[in-house]
Design a protein around this ligand. Structure first.
Ligand SMILES: Nc1ncnc2c1ncn2[C@@H]1O[C@H](COP(=O)(O)OP(=O)(O)OP(=O)(O)O)[C@@H](O)[C@H]1O
Length: 251
């Protein structure tokens, strides 16, 4: 059974049709990347899945349950978790304290410290536990945020451009983290521009364009698809040209 399914999902903002009949199927245990030119509707689709926007029509199923009308906290309670692009960490608190806040109500006091130690090691932050979160490097802040997002062991992890602003080394390390989480059973949906990262982690790629599913397949299928290349080069519509992507499709 798919873990997540959107069926004929639509979202309009006034006259703007931002999500257009999107059918997205996320199988349990896969890493699925969502790509597409700027303005394609990736963030909006994320917010619909998370319940931050309600769709104009269509439905969303999570673990076979219709969650279309559920509030975000109800979705989170059922096992969704998200890491947005802008870090939501507490900069004036230590790295460990940040994780304590995320985890304290969900673990027995006796096991909390041990769980945090394990998570710090996973995040490559064991040596930084006492540092103020605000003093971490950009990449480390993103990792701490990933740590907070995975601290409650979600079934579905949603990542919005997890490697934005990272060096190639940090990007690669982030990809390895995601692969390890996936190997332990976590299903992941990531919006991502970095094609090297997509190649590193994705089992499946969905390309959104002008709010619609434009193409779907393995990374090799997508990179070989000339129509997909064309939307990245801005050759199919004025919209794509206006929002031309830095970097492009090929990693
Ligand atoms: N709350 C909103 N009200 C009105 N229009 C919106 C709203 N949110 C998004 N849009 C519009 O919807 C379109 C898609 O935006 P969205 O942010 O989902 O695209 P994206 O693919 O995530 O782009 P990017 O890669 O730049 O983040 C854009 O034209 C945007 O201006």
């Amino acid at each position: 059974m798919p873990l997540l399914e959107t069926r004929a999902l639509n979202k309009r903002f006034g006259g703007l049709h931002v999500t257009n009949n999107v059918d997205l199927v996320l199988e349990t245990g896969e890493v699925h990347c969502l790509i597409g030119p700027n303005g394609a509707g990736k963030s909006t689709l994320f917010r619909l899945i998370l319940g931050e926007h309600l769709p104009s029509s269509g439905s969303i199923l999570f673990g076979g349950e219709d969650i279309t009308a559920f509030k975000s906290f109800q979705r989170i309670r059922r096992g969704m978790s998200v890491k947005f692009q802008v870090p939501g960490i507490f900069k004036a608190l230590s790295v460990r304290q940040n994780l304590e806040i995320a985890m304290q109500h969900h673990y027995e006091p006796a096991t909390l410290a041990e769980e945090i130690d394990r998570l710090l090691a996973f995040l490559n932050l064991s040596g930084d536990a006492r540092r103020l979160a605000g003093n971490l490097s950009h990449g480390q802040k993103q990792w701490l945020e990933i740590g907070m997002a995975i601290s409650l062991k979600p079934r579905l992890l949603l990542l919005d451009e997890p490697t934005a602003g990272m060096s190639p080394e940090e990007t690669h390390a982030t990809g390895e983290m995601i692969k390890r989480l996936n190997a332990d059973g976590m299903t992941v949906l990531a919006v991502e521009h970095d094609m090297a990262f997509v190649r590193q982690v994705a089992d499946k790629v969905t390309v959104l364009h002008l709010g619609k599913v434009f193409a779907q397949g393995s990374i090799d299928d997508i990179v070989a698809d000339e129509e997909v290349a064309a939307i990245y080069l801005g050759q199919t519509t004025a919209h794509a040209t206006a929002h031309q992507q830095p970097g492009g499709l090929h990693a």
